[in-house]
Ligand binder design. Structure first.
Ligand code: IPM
Ligand code: MG
Length: 399
């Protein structure tokens, strides 16, 4: 597997894990093997996909944060905004226009806001915003989705779990993102032999698909607490039986990582019973979808959590874990921190500009230390703000 996957390391926020892209942007793209020249020469192209609901609000903030943090480090970022999701459906009639995928592929990294909304909920499947998201994941080949759930000490009171249960939780969910039941065939609607309507999907994994996500997860675990828990439903599902067999086989390449297996129902329970038992979790697409939402809630707010999706090569896709929250869009209520932290991940793991990423992470920490909170992370005694939290971050980055 690629160099992109090999330099996995822990970060101050204990987020994830991948090295930067090898090449700089068009203005300074080095030839293979060349050494990157002075910081001032670095220029990268970023595709912005604001999407729907609160997506445009939080991406606008993250874009400004990226520009400021980049320029502080002598890095030029060129942005190109493209349509995706409901916004693309309204403007172009499809959830992922060809130009959007082409622009994303040609750029150095992609920052996505969120997609979806009531307006398009009853669309046919190929005209749903979610289909655009699945297609861009597949189109970019970003099979590894890393979703950290870290309880920050400043926010421990925002967790719905007891303080002693939530305190110190630091989990990384490594979710397989381009396979399994989300993409498996056959799928569709039909009729059974009683003439009743049916709907069906296929949970399918090849050994190669399991091996590559397992290797990413072992690498991540190795740089974190050295513990990997593989979650499956191998007591019932064939796809899970193969999953367990392959993950167990790959474990021999990582003798320094302690591997355990857990059924998904038990894992869902253990996550709220004793989340501190987990370090790194690896699981399939659908279990990862569900468990990462559950894990995120331990931290107090899904509005805090970034994510990164990467493949063997090509640009990574960085996005907050939360959705488009149409109910609070345009009301100065959205928490932009998950997208800001996704921007930090983009800089560090997508572009390899770690110094700029550190500026952003420090600014977020400082802003929280100073007591500023959006509604989703508010607790009594803190300072309730809306968009102002963004200004606080800027001040910190500019310091
Ligand atoms: C996520 C979301 C998506 C998914 C939806 C919007 C298609 O829930 O990124 O977790 O299921 O993967
Ligand atoms: Mg989800």
């Amino acid at each position: 597997h690629s160099a992109m996957m090999t330099q996995l390391q822990a970060t101050p926020l204990r987020t994830l894990a991948l090295s930067g892209r090898r090449g700089a942007g068009a203005a300074a793209r080095p030839t293979a093997g060349s050494v990157r020249c002075s910081a001032a020469a670095r220029s990268y192209s970023i595709t912005l996909l604001p999407g729907d609901g609160i997506g445009p609000e939080v991406v606008a903030v993250a874009k400004d944060v990226l520009s400021v943090a980049g320029s502080k480090e002598g890095v030029e970022l060129r942005f190109r905004e493209m349509l995706m999701g409901g916004a693309a459906l309204d403007a172009a009639g499809v959830p992922l226009p060809d130009e959007t995928l082409a622009a994303a592929r040609a750029s150095d990294a992609i920052l996505l806001g969120a997609i979806g909304g009531y307006k398009w909920d009853n669309n046919e499947k190929h005209l749903k915003p979610e289909t655009g998201l699945l297609n861009i994941r597949a189109g970019l080949g970003v099979f590894a989705n890393l979703r950290p759930a870290t309880v920050l000490p400043q926010l421990v009171d925002a967790s719905t779990l007891k303080k002693e249960v939530a305190e110190g939780v630091d989990i990384m969910v490594v979710r397989e993102l381009t396979g399994g039941i989300y993409f498996g065939k056959p799928r569709g609607f039909g009729t059974n032999d009683k003439g009743e309507e049916t709907g069906f999907n296929t949970e399918i994994y090849s050994a190669a698909e399991i091996d590559r996500i397992a290797r990413v997860a072992f690498e991540v675990a190795r740089k974190r607490g050295g513990k990997l828990c593989s979650v499956d439903k191998a007591n019932v599902l064939e796809a899970s039986m193969l999953w367990r067999k392959r993950v167990t086989a790959i474990a021999s390449e990582f003798p320094d990582v302690e591997l355990s297996h857990m059924y998904v129902d038990n894992a869902a329970m253990q996550l709220v019973r004793n989340p501190k038992q987990f370090d790194t979790i690896v699981t399939n697409n659908i279990f990862g979808d569900i468990l990462s939402d559950e894990a995120s809630m331990i931290t107090g707010s899904i509005g805090m959590l970034p994510s990164a999706s990467v493949g063997e090569s090509g640009p990574g896709l960085f996005e907050p874990i939360h959705g488009s929250a149409p109910d609070i869009a345009g009301q100065d209520k959205a928490n932009p921190l998950a997208t800001i932290l996704s921007a930090a991940m983009l800089l560090k793991y997508g572009l390899g500009v770690e110094s700029a990423a550190k500026r952003i992470e420090a600014a977020v920490t400082e802003t929280l230390d100073n007591g500023f909170r959006t509604g989703d992370i508010y607790s009594p005694g803190t300072n309730y703000v809306g968009r102002e939290i963004e200004c606080r971050c800027f001040c910190q980055i500019n310091n």
